[in-house]
Design a protein around this ligand. Structure first.
Ligand code: IMP
Length: 182
């Protein structure tokens, strides 16, 4: 498949991400201080780096589970249809659940996932997203914790991909197309 040429400009450094995660994790630990165990649910695949760093800063007993919902294809536009590709392994009824997402964009993915998980009667259900693009929102969706609010730019790195590339960058970078088709 032809791949558009692009360069990546650093937007949020690895150091800034680490500092912000420490602060957010502290707040989450305080919020759920009375829990017996927090079920941290990572939305695959974009949250895999974020969840790894976040759980190591959360000062509570945690269990980690993963859910995969379809959102983007190999393109920079969001599809509206949300499908669950991989469900949780564990039950969440009566449990404290924190859903961890990489980016809240149009809001469709999280709205769908929260509706589905809410139906399983967790004790508490909260959301932590690394990035928020409020300018792109199509349905009302507010995460309880946000790492960074960003403008309407396509970003990669720190687990986030463009057509499955660039997930391994240690920072968040913005994609700048240089015009040519390869
Ligand atoms: P939403 O359903 O439109 O909120 O889409 C959320 C999902 O779209 C995120 O979990 C990402 O996987 C993907 N996404 C949104 N913005 C970007 C981006 O800038 N880069 C890469 N993926 C993105």
């Amino acid at each position: 498949m032809p791949q558009r040429q692009y360069v990546i400009d650093e937007m949020i450094s690895a150091k800034a991400i680490a500092a912000r995660i420490e602060a957010v994790a502290r707040d989450i630990s305080t919020h759920f201080a009375d829990t017996d165990k927090l079920v941290v649910v990572g939305l695959l695949r974009g949250s895999f780096v974020f969840i790894a760093d976040l759980v190591r800063e959360i000062d509570l007993p945690v269990e980690v589970d993963f859910l995969e919902a379809s959102s983007y294809g190999d393109d920079t536009t969001s599809s509206r249809e949300v499908r669950i590709l991989k469900d949780l392994r564990g039950k969440i009824e009566g449990r404290d659940v924190l859903v961890v997402e990489d980016i809240v964009d149009t809001g469709h993915t999280l709205t769908h996932v929260l509706h589905m998980l809410g139906g399983r009667k967790p004790r508490r259900l909260a959301v932590c997203a690394l990035l928020d693009k409020p300018a792109r929102r199509e349905v009302e969706m507010n995460a309880d914790w946000i790492g960074f609010e960003i403008p309407d730019e396509f970003v990669v790195g720190y687990g986030i991909d463009f057509a499955q590339r660039n997930r391994n960058l240690p920072y968040i970078g913005k994609v700048r197309f240089t015009g040519d088709e390869a």
